[in-house]
Design a protein around this ligand. Structure first.
Ligand code: CU
Length: 351
């Protein structure tokens, strides 16, 4: 019923427009074409000027309405570079936008139709062509070169002491894996993936897997001021690890490992104070449309001090301990007793 009403309303609007056009056609004939044209021309000029100011007001209103929703200060070293480039790009393109639009609307007003003035034929100017081709080309080339420098920085080899965390996307949540006290992530084999007791396909023949901790809640713990290397992968389709507060994102591709590294600058607690928001959380958003549950692929990052991180890690049970496969007799790894962050790894515990 509502569909029929919508079609009826659209049809009526067309009829009204048609009737108005007809009426103005008749009035043109009655009042003389020249007089009407002049009036319409005048009206159009003022409507265009009004449109210009309406547009400017709209930009201002959007700015006011959305300023609180803007991302806070970048929380990574790379993010600071990124924001600088974003701002520079915005200032350059913004300035060009305002100058060209002011001129566009000003010319409409200044060169509105006048009977005594005819248009000036100006087909070509090589100098102008060269200027408006080379200036934007050089500007964009410089911006891209600066961007590439940042890009090659985050995708370059991570510092030796970097914390290593693996993040794997799956429809529809993130799985985060931490190496245990051995600081090594064990091998994975996609053929061993099994939702019941081997969610990431850890290869139990590899000792390095025994102490690996997997968070299935999409919570990623990072250490403040310590470089972190993310090892990114996907279990099914293409996802994308979006870390808006750190101004980073990287595709998670099935079968291909992607990496990036960065250094978090502020703990979650510091960020709560800086933003004045008690409920502040660093967010992991899937930045790649990956299916019907895409919207719900939200993870969180908790940035904390090294001591807090170690205390948290010490409380975690390794995936092996929690899901010890019945058929596997796993080799027992040697324990590093001097490391406070030792994961409780009891291979005899059964669940
Ligand atoms: Cu997604």
């Amino acid at each position: 019923m509502s569909g029929f009403l919508i079609i009826l309303i659209i049809a009526l609007v067309f009829i009204v427009i048609y009737q108005i056009a007809k009426a103005s056609e008749y009035s043109t004939i009655l009042r003389g074409e020249e007089v009407v044209n002049k009036q319409v021309n005048n009206l159009m000029v003022w409507l265009m000027i009004a449109f210009f100011f309406l547009g400017l007001w709209g930009i201002w209103e959007c700015h006011e309405a959305l300023i609180d929703k803007m991302l806070p200060t970048p929380a990574s070293e790379h993010g600071v570079d990124y924001k600088w480039q974003f701002d520079v790009t915005l200032y350059i393109t913004g300035a060009v936008f305002f100058i060209t639009h002011i001129l566009l609307f000003w010319f409409i007003y200044k060169y509105q139709y006048k009977k005594e003035r005819s248009s000036y034929f100006y087909p070509h100017n090589n100098k102008l062509e060269i200027i408006w081709t080379t200036v934007p080309a050089i500007t964009l080339a410089v911006l891209i070169a600066i961007g590439l420098r940042s890009w090659s920085h985050i995708t370059s080899e991570a510092p030796k002491d970097a914390q290593v965390v693996e993040i794997v996307g799956k429809q529809f949540n993130w799985l985060v894996r931490y190496p245990g006290y051995d600081k090594n992530l064990g091998k994975r084999d996609f053929r061993m993936i099994n939702d019941a007791d081997n969610i990431l396909g850890l290869d139990w023949k590899d000792k390095a897997n025994m102490d690996d901790v997997i968070s299935e809640s999409g919570e990623m713990h990072l250490i403040v001021n310590k470089p972190v290397k993310l090892i990114i992968n996907s279990r099914d389709v293409i996802h994308d690890v979006g870390l808006p507060h750190f101004r980073l994102k990287m595709d998670a591709v099935p079968g291909v490992v992607t990496t990036l590294w960065f250094t978090p600058l502020y703990t979650t607690e510091q960020m709560k104070k800086m933003t004045g928001k008690e409920d502040f959380v660093y967010e992991i958003a899937c930045d790649q449309m990956c299916g019907k549950g895409h919207y719900s692929m939200r993870g969180t990052v908790i940035v904390e001090t090294e001591a807090e991180y170690k205390a948290w890690l010490a409380k975690q049970k390794s995936y092996f301990t929690l899901h010890k496969p019945a058929t596997t007799t796993a080799p027992v790894a040697t324990t590093e007793s001097d490391d406070k962050a030792t994961i409780s790894m009891n291979t005899t515990t059964t669940h």
